[in-house]
Design a protein around this ligand. Structure first.
Ligand code: ADP
Length: 542
């Protein structure tokens, strides 16, 4: 017997319809590339998203055709999120920080038909358009009359001219909720990038889950600043959860430095912000010397790479901001775990609570996880045993776009490439990427632990731990360190600093001071590149 409830497909268009009807006057604020602040409401987003849909129909784009973006977080990008997916096309957000060759490669692989880009990225588009034969329309996200003359980019139109004059009425089509809605390529640090192809269903389930109190906990009372880019994994789904909850949305545009982010937080009474640790590092770096406080910011979600304990401390103790540590990946839409305490933890002393907060957190309903050993058998949840982390759930990839890389699943589980422990309470702690694991004398050493300790030293700005070949132990850890400007610290100081914080045999064998640590397109440390720069390095203990 079937249930007798109404059968409505979970479609992205229902989010924008809902936002317009139920919190139509909810505010969306964007810092524009021009530097000024733009404000409007969900009602405006809806009207303009429908103009986008009409403009796409005007190009005779078919169902599932790809529309790409190279854009910062801003209102026009938001309109494309809803207009492209809502009308049945697939939004392909491209990370502009990738190498131009890689961008051309993925635009061809995705067979993008339209490319919408911010003016910042005109030089990039000029460099790649000749190599992108599938793109038949370029749209620059600029004000009317601001399109540059003689750009050399064929079939280029300004966004306002493109959608201006198009009807604001449009009947969103209804279709199978499993249809593709958007796509995002992984950064491809090994081999060519592969795309996660999200569906309307996966996006809506993820949007519901993300808003839950133990997940992102976004509500209509929040003013939310996604610093995490809309070009990478849909800004962690925040634009969708915002439409669902009716929170205020604040977009930072291209201005991601500490000063600009701080000023926007204060001006727009931001209560909630989300981003990767490197961005918050810049923000904290601006607050301290200028003796600034937050007047409204209460919570921040930090993920994308391990959040250093020193950062969680600084936010909580010095600024009264609760940090939610999150873990996920492109292949997971991206949320997998978030760290919130359970009722029984509330009576624990603060130091004990902190030990929990440092972990990556508990699985969200919709994500199941397990750690497995080398033979593939499941390992215990004892908080000590390390294993390869596998996940499954309705917003996790089953297969990459065009079947690239073959079947990624193992018995229905997706191997994340991360290594971690799970404790008896279900809290995951990531210790490494599997390719970064350091094996010394048959025992694993967590590079994240070593980095976190270094980062808690007041003279250290950034730290990356890598394994170096050792004749007796196979590998020994060393830590590459960027000093804070003006700070002084020696190799011996830092090695001494490790004493008592980890087991003796886990203390790195050496400290190498470097000018900078190479970062990838999503702001993560590129250890492969770091290892290349250290190829002539010899361990003092070897
Ligand atoms: P990429 O394009 O580099 O794959 P993702 O955003 O998909 O970008 O990266 C996912 C990876 O980032 C995870 O597999 C994990 O290694 C790392 N990561 C994400 N969040 C955390 C976290 N909170 N702690 C440690 N590592 C994290």
């Amino acid at each position: 017997m079937l249930g007798l409830m109404q059968n409505q497909p979970l479609l992205i268009s229902s989010l924008i319809d809902f936002a317009e009807r139920h919190h139509g006057d909810g505010e969306i604020v964007s810092r524009r590339i021009e530097g000024d602040i733009h404000r409007y409401t969900w009602r405006d987003v809806g009207a303009r998203a429908r103009q986008v849909a009409n403009a796409l129909d005007g190009l005779n784009l078919l169902f599932s055709d790809r529309v790409a973006t190279l854009a910062w977080n801003g209102y026009r990008h938001l309109e494309l999120y809803f207009g492209v997916s809502g009308s049945g096309r697939v939004l392909h957000t491209i990370n502009p920080r990738l190498h131009p060759d890689q961008i051309a490669w993925i635009a061809n692989h995705a067979e993008d038909q339209v490319l919408c880009f911010d003016a910042t990225f005109l030089p990039l588009v000029q460099a790649i358009h000749a190599r992108c034969p599938t793109i038949r329309q370029y749209v620059m996200l600029c004000d009317a009359g601001k399109l540059p003359r003689d750009s050399g980019v064929p079939n280029l139109i300004g966004y306002e001219d493109w959608i201006g004059g198009k009807p604001t009425a449009y009947t969103w089509p209804s279709f199978d909720e499993n249809s593709a809605s958007s796509m995002c390529y992984t950064s491809g640090t090994t081999g060519n990038p592969k795309a996660a192809l999200y569906s309307h269903r996966s996006t809506l389930l993820h949007a519901y889950a993300a808003a839950l109190p133990d997940v992102m906990g976004i509500s209509a009372r929040d003013s939310v600043l996604p610093v995490v880019p809309m070009f990478h994994v849909n800004a962690w789904g925040i634009p969708y959860s915002a439409a669902l909850t009716g929170c205020k949305l604040v977009f930072p545009g291209p201005a991601l430095d500490g000063k600009s982010v701080y000023e926007l937080i204060e001006a727009e009474k931001v209560t909630y912000a989300a981003g990767v640790p490197t961005v918050w590092q810049m923000l904290l770096g601006h607050l301290k010397p200028n003796n600034l406080r937050f007047s409204t910011l209460r919570r921040t979600v930090i993920g994308g790479s391990a959040c250093p304990p020193a950062m969680i401390h600084a936010f909580r103790e010095e600024y009264g901001v609760d940090v939610l540590h999150a873990w996920g990946m492109t292949e997971m839409s991206p949320l997998g775990t978030l760290c919130t305490l359970k009722n029984k933890h509330l009576t624990m002393p603060p130091e004990e609570q902190m030990k929990i907060r440092l972990k990556q957190g508990r699985a969200i309903f919709g994500v199941d996880m397990k750690i497995v050993g080398e033979d593939g058998s499941e390992l215990p949840w004892d908080g000590k045993t390390f294993g390869d982390l596998y996940v499954k759930g309705p917003w996790i990839v089953r297969e990459y776009f065009k079947g690239e890389g073959g079947d990624p699943l193992v018995d229905g589980w997706f191997p994340t490439g991360d290594v971690g422990t799970i404790d008896p309470e279900g809290y995951l702690q990531i210790t490494d990427r599997s390719k970064d694991v350091i094996k010394s004398g048959g025992e694993w050493i967590s590079s994240i632990d070593i980095e976190n300790i270094a980062m808690s030293h007041p003279a250290v700005q950034m730290a990356a731990c890598v394994g170096m070949p050792h004749p007796k132990w196979d590998e020994r850890p060393i830590v590459a360190v960027v000093k804070k400007p003006g700070a002084d610290i020696t190799r011996e100081d830092l090695l001494e600093f490790y004493e008592g914080k980890i087991a003796k045999w886990q203390v790195p064998d050496d400290v190498v001071f470097v000018e900078s640590i190479p970062l990838g397109a999503t702001g993560k440390m590129l250890k492969t590149r770091l290892r290349e720069t250290l190829k002539d390095y010899k361990l003092p203990t070897a």
